[in-house]
Design a protein around this ligand. Sequence first.
Ligand SMILES: NCc1[nH]cc(CCC(=O)O)c1CC(=O)O
Length: 320
Amino acid sequence: MNALRLGTRRSQLAMAQSRGIAERVTRLTGRPVELVEITTYGDVSREALARIGGTGVFVSALRDAVLEGRIDFAVHSLKDLPTAQPPELALAAVPRREDPRDALVARDGLSFEGLAVARGRARVGTGSPRRMAQLNAWARALGCEIETVAIRGNVDTRIGYVRDGELDAVVLAAAGLRRLGREGEITDLLAPDIVLPAPGQGALAVECAASNAALAARLGELDDPHTRVAVTAERSLLAALEAGCSAPVGAFADLLEDGQTVTEMRLRGAVGTIDGSALVQLSTTGPVPGSADEAAATGRRLADEMLAKGAAGLMGERAH
Ligand SMILES: NCc1[nH]cc(CCC(=O)O)c1CC(=O)O
């Protein structure tokens, strides 16, 4: 039986994600899956992500490979996907989401609060305007000041800044650290009511050509409907704010359970200035959307409320 070709970026995180999905696809279909390495613009460019982001720098080379038939399918971090889905590509599966939270890796095992109140102005590394805005707002609420420092690079590089003392802490997605077996580095998990994750954080997207309906159906068996509904609402909120993946926008939908059954979905959104001096944070709770369209409508409604509270005026800024 010929192998399915799964295109993947070469980074450790992408490889770990792709290997995990490859195993599940093989178990499901009985077909071997072969990994094909693809280099994306996001891997080659040294520019600040906040500046080049928003156009799917990590995903377009993989998508081209799918459309040109060089690979059969691709796995992306959902938060890196542009919000508009091209009609020639099928979002075949959104598997069950991992921990959506941001994680702090700090010197001396410190929590964020411990770090913020420690003597001196803590230097916290992150390339994400969303994290900068919310961390600065949190520090202000604690009556402290921190310095957010723009960094990028792979997980080892980022953690290295703390190891070698250049920074007091870095912030990374908990899901990424888990997938790499590096959760032991985490010194604090940031509560979503204080630091809302990026829309889609912790979730993966499995894409194939829309014309390959048979493959889309097989891959669809990996889909987790609750995760799909939640990330659909989050991404619709982001799209309705007309913000890209580098905008200081946090969004997180969680499903509330009553015993065993899921009863309601709560969607939260946050937009702030990078210095944390202003933050608009709203939430809405209602019945679990019965379809992707309903989930998207929930996201748009919350975005409208946020815009009415002045969200647009907070999003103009960019990280330097
Ligand atoms: N923008 C890079 C990126 N895309 C997805 C993840 C982590 C894994 C995930 O969120 O699923 C990361 C790294 C990070 O934010 O620390």
